[in-house]
Design a protein around this ligand. Sequence first.
Ligand code: ASP
Ligand code: MG
Length: 692
Amino acid sequence: MFRVLKFGGSSVADATAMSRVLDIVGGELNKGRVVLVSSAISGCTDGLLSCAAGDTSSLDALRERHLAIVRRLFTGGERDSAAKEVLRLFAAMEAAPADEKVTYGELLSTRILARKLECDGLAVHWADSRNLIVKDQLPETYRRIRTALNATEAAVIVAPGFICSDTTGKVCTLGRGGSDYSAALYAAALQAESLQIWTDVPGIMTANPKEVPAARTVPEMSYRAALEMAEHGAKVLYAPTVAPAMEAGIDIEIRNTFAPAGRYTRIAAVADAAPWVGVTSSKEEICLVGSQEADLDAAASQIREALRTAGIAALDVRPEGRNLLVRVREAVVQPALRALHRAFFETRPVREVCLFIAGAGAVGRALVTMVGNTAATVSERTGKALRVAGLADSRHYRIDLGGGVTSLERGVSGDFVDAVIDLAPQGAVFVDCTDSETLYRRYPDLFRAGLNIVSSNRRSLAVPYVEYAALQAAARENGRFFRYETTVGAALPMLESLAIGANSSDEVERIDAVVSCTLNQILSAYGEGPTFASLVRAAQEAGLTEPDPRLDLGGRDALRKLLILAREAGVQLEEQDVDIRPIIPAALFGVPLEDFYRGLEEMEPVFAEAHRQALRAGCHRRFVAFLEKTSAGYRAGIRVQQVPEDHPAYYLKGTENAILIRSAFHPTPIVIQGPGEGARQAAASLLNDILR
Ligand code: ASP
Ligand code: MG
């Protein structure tokens, strides 16, 4: 059984391209015998035609290109004899009558390919298409091909495309682009098991990708649709190719030499998947190719409408068979093609994105609700359909790849991450809204399994720098995204603002950040009313603080945020580099909680005095984390600071956050300020990271 592979001019343009062809042929040889049909190297036919018309200016370059291929593919004696043959063929071409010169391009390319395959140790037979293909004489052509190829046992038959002879025996061609047809004739004659047209685009597309960038491959189409496309200007296939293959019942595959494992088109006896196959153009006529009976009137008005929206006048729209022919001014053919492609082929497919949410606390639950409520808007705006496919707390999880997980009801116990790694489709998003100190160690496994990660868990990022860098590297190496805007300032775009600077090599000079919600709540409420201690207690009871509020007062939470901010700005800050001045004395740290509160009450006069002193200076007290570039590198600290009225943090209320970023490009700071906390804000920020 034979497999027929045809390669176009750009697939054999140079030695590198030819090596690719030989690889593809090698792969096919594992499946059966191969007939390799080739075009002339790209540009060669045009050059030979000019030469026939008396313009020999491209001849030297053409000869040199063939010799260069020979030098690259062969060595030693094989190189010499291949080069000699090239020169012999060129001499014969120059001596040949004008109308025969064009037939030498395919002789040159296929002789080189045949020699190379032989050098590789294969049994090769070079079949002379000039003797085997008789123009317009199918039965005779088939008979000759069968006889010739039955007489050889060679594993590879190499045959020139394009060229043939007429009934008088005179050499001629099958017409421009005719190599495809040659291949179909070989395939039909031999009842080949496969006919592959290898070209430089991924199959037949909904439009010419050079004219319409949004064009996409049609994976499967009927013979009839392929014929219509080819007849109306789709250059990837020479129209006469279809009939012999169809009559012999052989599928045609249109494949891309430059991405052999990529997308391609199979042309076969199938029903087309959609009523419209593609848009093609030739000169000022555009054709919307139809594959089945459709309402042509409706399509015609859709065409007029699409063109009108694009500001293009349709000169004529008329049916032709199942197709619609559209005429526009030649100057606007390209925009018209794009407009029609948009109208008929770009109904944006909605892409499903599965979410696996770890953490079913306030933020996790808010995110689940938000995904449900915003589904329609999100898919409209972004083309993505989000599905909550998994949810977990520290003990249970539930996974349903169909989406629609809204609670942990009927959850099972076990390791959520293991289950996600097992089940998640590529490109899914793992969302960490836990407070886990250890979950981040599984992030690399998740990246490797093809998941992206979005996190609101700042404990995952405020780890030693090497571990932080390893997480980033794991994401990068696996081509996944890792986003965590929510870890600082909830929905405020603090990290993004720093990343913009870092990406543009704008060095940060100074960051001042008020990012501890608890401390701002306490400091901004402090004054004439309740004591400092009772404000801390109220914050704890409201669930605003860590279970032990001293973690907030001691600057632990602000420290984590400062590490994340600094690293986002490209500074490799470590915990021990930060000079933290807690708002309470060291003695209050090691003691039981009630003793701590008693101690805090006793300190009330100290707090009151500090407050009065700030007021006298026209300032407010704020808990500020800063990073500053000095001549000796970066310096970082966290402390209570008096901020004057012209400072953005002066008016911060409650749990609001603010950040000031000064850099070379921004000597007057970028200021971002707003709500620094809240489950809905956090969920909105996670959602934004998921969709960004
Ligand atoms: N070499 C010929 C041409 O350029 C035939 C082909 O490539 O199919 O038209
Ligand atoms: Mg071609």
